[in-house]
Design a protein. Structure first.
Length: 86
């Protein structure tokens, strides 16, 4: 299970890295569909935007990886419990 959680955290890090590189060259309008997709796949950016607190890129990457690891922990735990119930 440790490896699966590491894969979830790695996926979160890669998603956040992609968006950081995508938005780096030029600012994107807030009404862009890509901005909406970024906010959906990066809950940290969503919270940062709506609660008005700045977040550096490195903290953004770390927080998104931790968020995905937490979601992965929940999904993996529920999956194990459902398999045991069968």
């Amino acid at each position: 299970m440790k490896y699966r959680l590491a894969m979830w955290a790695g996926a979160g890090f890669l998603v956040a890295s992609f968006w950081a590189l995508y938005f780096l060259p030029a600012p994107v309008p807030m009404t862009s569909p890509m901005w909406t997709l970024a906010r959906l796949t990066c809950p940290v950016a969503f919270a940062s935007f709506y609660f008005h607190f700045p977040l550096g890129v490195y903290w953004f990457l770390l927080a998104n990886a931790a968020t995905y690891a937490l979601v992965g922990l929940i999904v993996e735990t529920l999956g194990q419990q459902l398999n045991q119930a069968r």
